[in-house]
Design a binder for this molecule. Sequence first.
Ligand code: AP5
Length: 214
Amino acid sequence: MDVVLFGPPGAGKGTQAKRLVEQLRIPQISTGDMMRAERASGSELGQRFESFMSLGKLVPDSLVLELVEQRLKQEDAKGGAIFDGYPRTIPQAESLDTMLERLARKIDVVVSIEVSLTEQIDRITGRRTCVACGQVYHVRYSPPPPGGRCGNCGGELGQRKDDLEEVIRKRHEEYLANTQPLLGYYGARKLVATVDGIGSLDEVTARIQTAIAH
Ligand code: AP5
């Protein structure tokens, strides 16, 4: 099964993708996480990603394509994937269709998680992420255990560099201009299921599970 978790910055895509991995037994493919890992490696490619990400701009499609193509070749992605934060533009969606077609696969469902801009800013400014395993917390809604370290691996928690309010607003503009039009692209194929992103983590997970099952 191939699922796209769709939504604006802070909608809860990453949080929900991690919850679905165990249930669906397919990996999460997050282009944002992959780019941050590349950046952390100090590579030249990572520095190119950084020059766009720090400003809240989308990374050019050509750089993203290569990243996803390599990831889809890995063994664990042979039976499907949960795409998180990808595709983000019409050309990315078209190239994903082509890549999946070559593997005799196709997108089964696009789950669009809806939240307001106020909620996005509140969530993103309060987000804390484990620098070691990527587990996501929120200072109020999903707090880490006492002691302030990751409950999964004991790693240190940090804030993403692009989680400043002015950068979040730029990311939101990019979403409206380049990513939201994908709802029309997938909607024409009746692949979009919309879910309300407001509620407890369990409530949102249940809504997504229902959307995927239909
Ligand atoms: P990326 O890493 O993909 O970020 P994003 O799409 O902006 O989304 P976020 O990761 O901010 O939010 P999320 O929806 O995953 O929310 P989360 O679950 O963390 O991209 C970053 C940058 O990389 C882009 O700006 C771009 O430069 C580049 N990039 C990446 N992919 C690209 C691509 N394909 N093409 C071009 N450029 C690309 O939740 C947020 C917070 O809310 C957390 O603290 C969480 O605990 C909390 N939370 C979650 N659910 C709930 C809930 N139900 N109630 C209360 N709090 C909640």
